[in-house]
Write a protein that binds this ligand. Sequence first.
Ligand SMILES: [Zn+2]
Ligand SMILES: [Zn+2]
Length: 434
Amino acid sequence: MTHPADPPPHAVLRECQDCGLFQTIAPLPPGDAAHCRRCDATLRRSSHDSVNKALACYAAALLLLLIALQLPFLDLRSVGRFYQATLFTGPSQLRDHGMWEISIVVLITLVAVPIIQLVLVLSVLLGLRGPHPPQSLRYAFGWVETLRPWSMIEVFLLGAFVAYTRLQAIADVEVGPALIALAGVMLAMVAADIVLDHEAVWELVEARGLKTILPDQPQQPLIGCDCCRLVLHARERSRCPRCGSRLLRRKSFSITRSWAFLGAAIALYIPANLFPVMTVIRFGRGEPNTLLSGVIELIQDQMYPLALLVFLASITVPLLKLVALVTMLVMTGERSARALRARTRLYRFVDTIGRWSMIDVFMLTILVALVRMGFIATVLPGLGAIAFASVVVLTMFAAHSFDPRLMWDQAAAAGHKLDAATAPRPAVPAAAAS
Ligand SMILES: [Zn+2]
Ligand SMILES: [Zn+2]
């Protein structure tokens, strides 16, 4: 592992997105990673022939996704009847039940965002190999970075697995080709995410002459671009010369926005747990299920691993996110220096794990899509589902709005001595800074 503390030749200066420390990163050998010396965040991960490998993976993912959208997704047989669903059946059924909000969330996270993201990233990676790459490529790659957390194919697959297991208790279920194709999309996207060195793409953007040349402004403070990670001397709110996004020292109105999203999420957390998420009617009988009673039913049916999974995703994770974010916001307000590294790690965890709570929403979509055979079982969505989906989305916005660097800023402003190795910012060689 390369330690960015020792400035090597041709090092680049970067700002840690999690703690705000400026530090130099050496040119990394393939397969190596550089970590922040203050909070241990990954600053860069390099890979051999990164762009070409990622291009192949993304192309395969797009092809498989387009196939998955055309084919049947699950087959259901019961008492001589046969029923088939595609990926669009669930959202359209939800809309018919007046739950258009959930239908839109599912269509955005399962279809729209992945397609837009894949088309954009492929056009960037292909365009950069062409003779005259257009300026728009760098904005497109900026969007790829922004959209990433909202593409939820892997979460949908886990939701499909839960739904599949539950449906087996009702009828004869078979996995359709779309589900296999979707699993392929997930594997290709995970592989692409592992091999793609984003910094290498931005370096290619620069090498192909797409960077705007700005006059040197050494009198301005150092600022790190949140989108492409370029560090330069520039005025706050001016445009980044490499990716074109606005340069901000910290996310604007971070604390106010985080509190606003968090307040709304806490208010909706109560109806999300009190109101039924769905009603399963079997043989004419059925009771509305809340999040918790759904878990209890799984335990009664002796589906213990599934009960644990749903309990973690639907009850523990949202609560953990709310408590963690409130703690971080309060401690930042108090300018506390306690457990800064642990809090930064907690922030990374909360930011990464949030999307997995959508499992229950996706499971509901699939159950509603398939189980509409009035003769044996019906699944009706409940109001709690809308509240719960809103909690997941709002906490994701709250985590995204929070700027973890403020925890370090506030502690430093209160005169706390941060970690000894971190106190003075490294001297900036002019070449590395521009
Ligand atoms: Zn850091
Ligand atoms: Zn930038």
